[in-house]
Structure formats: C-alpha cells, structure tokens
Design a protein around this ligand. Structure first.
Ligand SMILES: Nc1ncnc2c1ncn2[C@@H]1O[C@H](COP(=O)(O)OP(=O)(O)OP(=O)(O)O)[C@@H](O)[C@H]1O
Length: 298
C-alpha cells in the first residue's frame, strides 16, 4: 500500500474536522477522494503532507511515517495544489528545467524526463510563456511539475474544478495515463469526474468517511439500473406504471428503473406499450456516486 491512513482525527479548537479516517491505497491506482466544499478534504491532504499535526491516528506514505514539520515522507509525494502558481515569464520547458535544478536532478536525466512529461501533459509543442496559459494548461504544467521526480504518490487538490468540459477531460485523461508510473490521490467535489477514472472512491462528509468502495464493485451493484425519459413527464409515467412490479424512482425528470434480468426488461417493455408510454431515451445508470450520496444521506 502506498498510503496507509489509520484512525486519523484532526481537531481545530473543540471542533473535529476529521474523525477516525481509515484509508489504504494500493500502488498504481487512482483513489477518488470526494466531498462537498468544507467537508475536510484539504485538511486531510495537509495532514498527508505533514503540514498539520494530527490529533490522533497515523499516516504512512510509501512506508515512511508522516511526521508534522518533517519532510522525509514528502520525498515520495508530488503535490498539485488547486491553483498552481508558476513564474509567468518562463515557458513550460524552461520552468521544468528550473524545477530540475532546484530539486538536484542529475543533469543527464533532465532532457528525457522533461520531454516525456511535456508529451504526457500535451505541452510538448507549446513554446509560449506561462503567462499566456489558460487555467487548464496551468493545471497540466502543474501535473508535469509534480511528477518530475517520479513520486510514488501524486496528490491532486480539485484539479478539474475550475475547468471547462474540454479542459476537464484532458486532465482526467492525463491522470489516467499517470497511473502507469505513480498512484493518484484525486480530491474532487465533482462526482462524475471521480466516477470516470477512479479505481476506488472514498466519500467524506462533515469529516467522516461515509462510503468507501471499489468502483468496479459499485458498477456491479448498479448494473441493472436504467434511466428512462418519456414524451410525458416522468411523474406522469410513474403514475401510469404504478401497478408494475419493477422498482423505480424519479430523479431530475427521469425514471430510474431497476430491471435485474432479461425477463424483467421484456415485461417492462410490454407494460410501457400497453400504457402507450413513448420512450424518448433509455440508458444504463451511470451516476452511481450521486445515487450513493442520496442513499447514504437520505
Ligand atoms: N486552520 C484552521 N483552523 C480552524 N478551522 C479550519 C482550519 N482549516 C480548516 N478549517 C475548517 O475545517 C473545515 C474543513 O475545511 P477544508 O478546507 O479541509 O475543507 P475542504 O473539503 O477541503 O473544502 P474546500 O474544497 O472548500 O477547500 C472547514 O469548516 C474549515 O473552516
């Protein structure tokens, strides 16, 4: 395990901001750390980086115990803050070269490493200065910088939150590729982003982990749920289908129907036809984490 978090509690004054957190993160995986603003995500990341003392519990990164104020365990970590800052008057390559100097990387290793990172983050052909970069480009350069010294763990704090859909998709794709060389700890409040790339997801709510699961297991659990829209409002369709055996509920004017086998699917189709309900669209349930939040928090 690259990360072992055992019973971590963090108190500010009389307030528990993190309560009895346990996490075990295997190598070469993407671990989604999801939670609303103020849930305590940044606090846990600061604890992992040794920037805050723990009130209780212990954190180990790549076998090294994290101690407040010491940086030994940080040698294994690359960190991407939510708003990375750079010297604006360099271009990406010059900036990474500066980082290589500052971190004492042997000169003969620079070029190849910087070439492969610029390729990974899609900045290999960009020669303009960082001050002209979009937010997405800055996040991508931030990932390259964080990965420069081949850390065992890459911690990303809300890397997609301020980006447009295209920028978000690029970051998600880069993190997915980065998993081949490191382990990614991906903090976000965007459930669909976590759902797209994570192997495991832990959900933090008011300082407590309310859910922690492998995404593959979650997919199995939800694989029989289908999302229907009709030419009539979902509420109306549900009323007409009141006598059906299928389990269903409404979400955002769609009808979510649980159809566990082919027989149930055929019966449901027949019932729709009998009631002359016209289906506008149907697709498998993908918003699993949203469902979990609704179930867990009611
Ligand atoms: N140094 C501090 N002293 C007192 N309270 C703090 C301190 N740092 C954070 N908090 C409180 O702890 C709670 C969790 O904050 P944290 O920044 O960890 O949340 P978050 O999940 O990262 O949210 P965001 O995405 O908004 O940063 C908040 O209520 C915050 O006000």
């Amino acid at each position: 395990m690259v990360v072992q978090i055992e019973g971590v509690t963090k108190r500010f004054g009389s307030r528990d901001v993190l309560h009895d957190i346990h996490m075990h993160i295997p190598e070469h995986s993407i671990f989604g750390f999801v939670g609303a603003n103020g849930a305590g995500k940044t606090t846990l990341m600061k604890c992992m980086l040794g920037l805050l003392p723990l009130t209780g519990g212990a954190i180990t990164i790549a076998g090294e115990k994290v101690t407040f104020g010491e940086t030994k365990s940080n040698a294994h970590i690359g960190f991407l803050p939510d708003v990375p800052e750079f010297y604006p008057f360099y271009n990406a390559r010059q900036y990474l070269e500066l980082c290589a100097v500052v971190t004492d990387m042997p000169k003969k290793e620079w070029k190849q490493r910087i070439d492969e990172l610029l390729e990974l983050v899609g900045l290999a052909d960009v020669t303009s200065l960082i001050r002209t970069y979009s937010r997405g480009m800055k996040q991508r350069l931030g990932i390259a910088q964080a990965l420069l010294n081949r850390p065992k763990l890459l911690i990303c704090d809300e890397p997609t939150s301020a980006l447009d859909p295209a920028g978000r998709a690029q970051i998600l794709s880069i993190l997915q590729k980065a998993k081949a060389e490191t382990t990614v700890f991906f903090s976000t409040h965007i459930l669909s982003d976590a759902e797209q790339i994570c192997d495991h997801v832990a959900m933090l709510h008011k300082g407590e982990i309310i859910f922690q699961e492998e995404l593959a297991k979650l997919k199995q659990q939800f694989h029989d749920q289908f999302v229907y829209t009709f030419t009539v409002p979902a509420k109306e369709a549900m009323k007409q289908l009141a006598s059906t055996q299928a389990k269903m509920h409404i979400e955002d004017d769609t009808l979510i129907v649980s159809l566990p086998n082919d027989r149930a699917r055929l019966v449901f189709m027949r019932e729709l036809t009998q009631r002359e309900l016209i289906v506008q669209s149907i697709h498998p349930q993908t918003r699993m984490l949203e469902q979990v939040v609704l179930e867990v928090l009611g």
